[in-house]
Design a protein around this ligand. Structure first.
Ligand code: GTQ
Length: 370
């Protein structure tokens, strides 16, 4: 018999014996099993992500991404992308949790063929001025540090119309999530290329200034009708908020890229933020369910994630697994630092799984491992 104390400490604690082992074998023959042998794994007390915090240095990856340019034809590869793979998520090609990210390179004058898929995608441009994407017939031009979305099932193709330098942009997709749900579909465009409308950046022209077109049919699709957020006005919005507000103790001055029609996240499965850390600012630690991929958009700093220090500078990418303590510091004493990030919070929130907690045990900062 177990004591009350035993019951409080653990759930399943049945010891193996020959009779039980024989019983388990018989269950297995019938494609069945005893819950108590796995209960502690499948119902953990708190999230136990397989993902670990990782920092990918842009300086180290960039030459390897550039090497892919002569090595593979874009259309042979489908997409010429170097994926960032979490050592705990290799079998899913995930960067963290159920999020995928990668660095895509497109040479001068290149144009990819069009396709669409169940996975939603987003882009954050690292370098190159000639990038464009056509999303459901709308051509959008994007430059360094611009953010753009390719909502799921929209036809899309990309290219680089510069005649000198390659484009390197970061893709973020929910591929591992869609695969975890066994909901993936993929189609190649019947004509291989879309015929974009004559007006470039039409979503920005229609929805890009905090006013909504009036007297026309209301936008009802489940994603933002605005498809791009250029760097300059996004950064200016952060600087303006920094004048009006202290910001968050955990994130500094942080804003969400939003669907202008709903005020909610840009897509049903992935959200994105831009945050500013004031010169020298060090945030307090917190943790939440949901995974985040960060890209340093400006400046340099250090983030402590699950007790480990990761120093970053512009272009570097790092991840925060679900429920991992994390805090950020801007190491520059005179310039602000900015982090772009994308996450699966819309999934967490819409399924009632979002939780957040401040670090209070021993203070606002987590202990740093040696
Ligand atoms: O551009 O649609 O990095 O389908 C991986 C899969 C990019 C894309 C990736 C994709 C895309």
């Amino acid at each position: 018999m177990s004591s009350d104390e035993d019951r409080r400490i653990g759930r399943a604690r049945v010891r193996d014996n020959p009779e039980l082992m024989a019983y388990y074998d018989e269950l297995a023959k019938l494609e069945a099993g005893a819950l108590w042998t796995v209960a502690n794994e499948i119902e953990p007390w708190y999230p136990q992500p397989k993902s670990v915090p990782v920092l990918w240095r842009y300086e180290e990856l960039r030459p390897l991404v550039q090497r892919a340019l002569p090595l593979v034809q874009a259309d042979d590869a489908g997409r010429r992308v170097v994926m960032l793979v979490n050592p705990g998520r290799r079998e899913l090609s995930a960067a963290v949790g159920l999020l995928y990210t990668g660095l895509q390179i497109m040479g001068p004058g290149e144009a990819m063929t069009a396709h669409r898929h169940q996975a939603a995608a987003l882009r954050f441009v690292h370098e190159g001025t000639g990038a464009w994407t056509v999303v459901d017939g709308q051509k959008l031009r994007v430059g360094p540090r611009d953010f753009a979305i390719t909502p799921n099932n929209t036809w899309h193709e990309h290219g680089n119309e510069a005649d000198d330098a390659p484009v390197i942009w970061q893709d973020g997709l929910d591929i591992p999530l869609v695969n975890a749900l066994d909901a993936g579909f993929y189609e190649v465009h019947p004509e291989l290329y879309q015929r974009p409308g004559a007006v470039v950046n039409s979503s920005l022209l229609s929805y890009g200034a905090n006013l909504l077109p009036y007297g026309v049919e209301k936008w009802t699709r489940p994603y933002s009708p605005l498809l791009g957020w250029p760097w300059e006005p996004s950064y200016q919005a952060l600087c303006a908020l920094a004048r009006a507000s202290e910001g968050s103790p955990f994130d500094g001055v942080i804003m969400e890229y939003t669907n202008p029609v709903t005020g909610g996240p840009v897509m049903p499965t992935m959200g994105a933020h831009l945050q500013l850390l004031r010169p020298g600012q060090a945030t307090a630690a917190h943790r939440h369910t949901g995974s985040v991929v960060y890209t340093a958009a400006k400046g340099r700093g250090v983030s402590v994630i699950a007790g480990r220090r990761f120093a970053w500078q512009q272009g570097d990418i790092f991840c925060v697994p679900s429920w991992a303590w994390h805090e950020h510091e801007n190491l520059d004493r005179s310039e602000d630092a900015c982090l772009f990030s994308f996450n699966d919070f819309p999934v967490m929130r819409s399924l009632g799984l979002y939780r957040e907690e401040a670090h209070t045990d021993g203070g606002a900062h987590q202990p740093v491992l040696p």
